[in-house]
Structure formats: C-alpha cells, structure tokens
Write a protein that binds this ligand. Structure first.
Ligand SMILES: NC(=O)c1ccc[n+]([C@@H]2O[C@H](COP(=O)([O-])OP(=O)(O)OC[C@H]3O[C@@H](n4cnc5c(N)ncnc54)[C@H](OP(=O)(O)O)[C@@H]3O)[C@@H](O)[C@H]2O)c1
Length: 252
C-alpha cells in the first residue's frame, strides 16, 4: 500500500483515533482525505488546517443513503479506514432492552460491512487499494460488562477475514487493527494505561505498508492475545472477576 499520494476515506474522522488517522495520513504524504463525520461542522478544524487536502463528507455509518452518497463522492479512494465506532456502556443483561446492543451492531458491524460493499468498486478502480478496519481487543476476547460492544467487534473481525478472501481477486488488502485502550472520549470512563490515538494511527499505517492481515496496536491488545493463547478459560474467569469487582465499586 503506497500511502504517499493516496486518497483515503476515514469514517468518524472528526475526533479521537479517526482524527489521528487523518493527521497521520496527511503527514505521510496522502494527497486527499475525505473525513466522514456525522456533523459537518465537527470537521471544520481539520478543513481550516488543510483546506486543499481535507474534504468533509456527511456520513452516519448507519444511514444507507449517506453511505451511497459517500460512495458516489469518494470514487478516487485507494484506502478506506473503517474507524467510526460506538460503545453504549450498557450490559447485555442489565440494559432495559436491545436498543444499545442493536445500535452497537449497526455502527460497529453493519456500518463497516456496508462501507466495504459500497467502496469496493472504487478500490478496484485504483488497482485494489486497502481497507483498514479498526477493531478491538474485545474482538479477540469476549469482554463481559461491555454490552453489545464486544460481540459487535467479534462479528466485525469475522467479516474482515471473509471480506479479505472475497476481495483478494481484486487485489484489495484488508487489515484488522486490534486496539486495546486509548485515550479518547470512548474510553473516558476507563482507568489505567491508555495509549495516545497517534500511536494507533501509526500502527495502522505501518500495518498497511507491510500488508499485514491483523495487527495488535498496543500493549493491552498484545497481552490479551497472549493471555488467550495461554489459557482461555483462566482469562474468561479473570474477566468475570473484574466485572464482579467493578459492580461492587460502581453499583451497576
Ligand atoms: N478508545 C479506545 O480505548 C478503543 C479501544 C478499542 C477500539 N477502539 C475503536 O476505535 C474506533 C474509534 O474510537 P475512538 O476511541 O476514537 O472513540 P471516540 O473518540 O468516541 O470517536 C468515535 C468516532 O466514531 C464516530 N461515530 C459514532 N457513531 C457513528 C455513526 N453512527 N456514524 C458515523 N460515525 C460515528 C463519532 O462521531 P461523533 O463525533 O459524531 O460522535 C466519532 O467520530 C472505534 O471503532 C472504537 O471501537 C477504541
């Protein structure tokens, strides 16, 4: 993947890890970055800083009409970064109904899937290009207490592997990023070590350059994968104990 001079679309590019991707792509020499955002004014700070290279695109990844419109605008992309994500901070059993779990599935699974389908022709026209799906350690290990988030990322990881096989014939690199804990609004409630979003963006670009299928971006992701390989049942018990301790602490 030649990032220099490429044109990219980053979903949820207005803040957090998505914004870090936008900045990292421009710093690496990308020609143009479409910044997918639910509210166009939220991308104005990026447009002001890089008026010739940033193109804000109204894109709620749960809205098929906006996905279709983005596909007809972003016909020149060689890279799709499926970064937009939702974590509703509910539990599967404690939530009043399935609204949160369904929304997490819509944003974290169906959204990226629809974007892959809609943008695959553009990538093919660029000789194959690449898709980078921003996933989570919760896609490797079922993390209780995070509601539908972990199941939605499991589904997205499975889809990533299937899409890689389905798009191999058109030469599209499909990469999964396994992300641990990052200092963004999504993880504002999380205590302990959190990576800077720039670290994740740099790991993502490195994975693209090396054409890697799946990469752990930070120490938490690496440790989760190692713990899973060592003893999956012990990891499951440990995560359940952590959930119990959190409940005692927060009353949730
Ligand atoms: N932070 C972490 O510890 C962590 C760990 C593992 C994986 N990740 C993953 O990293 C990705 C980025 O998360 P982040 O940490 O940067 O979180 P964030 O700061 O909360 O940003 C989330 C981004 O997704 C956008 N978004 C949410 N729902 C959307 C929708 N329906 N359509 C389009 N955009 C939508 C948000 O837009 P608005 O500004 O309009 O709300 C925002 O741009 C997500 O896929 C997340 O699951 C994060």
């Amino acid at each position: 993947m030649d990032i220099q001079h490429c044109t990219a679309l980053v979903t949820g590019g207005n803040r957090g890890i998505g914004e870090a991707f936008v900045r990292a792509l421009l710093a690496a020499g990308a020609r143009k970055v479409y910044v997918g955002t639910r509210h166009l004014p939220d991308a104005e700070h990026l447009l002001r800083a890089h008026p010739d290279q940033i193109v804000p695109v109204a894109l709620d990844v749960t809205d098929p009409a906006q996905i279709a419109a983005a596909a007809s605008t972003c016909t020149d992309i060689a890279l799709l970064v499926n970064n937009a994500g939702a974590f509703l901070n509910q539990t599967l059993m404690g939530a009043p109904d399935l609204t949160a779990a369904r929304l997490e599935m819509e944003v974290n699974y169906f959204g990226p899937l629809q974007l892959c389908r809609a943008l695959a022709p553009a990538l093919r026209a660029q000789g194959g290009g690449a898709i980078l799906n921003v996933l989570s350690a919760g896609a490797l290990v079922a993390v209780p207490g995070m509601g539908g988030y972990s199941p939605s990322k499991f589904a997205a990881r499975a889809a990533t592997n299937c899409i890689r096989a389905e798009l191999a014939a058109q030469g599209t690199q499909v990469t999964a990023l396994i992300v641990g804990s990052v200092d963004t609004r999504m993880a504002a409630h999380v205590e302990g070590r959190k990576e800077h979003p720039d670290t994740i963006a740099q790991a993502g670009l490195a994975a693209l350059r090396k054409r890697q299928d799946e990469v752990d971006t930070d120490i938490m992701a690496v440790e989760m994968r190692a713990a899973l390989a060592r003893d999956p049942k012990a990891l499951e018990r440990s995560l359940a104990r952590q959930l119990g301790a959190t409940r005692l602490h927060t009353g949730r």
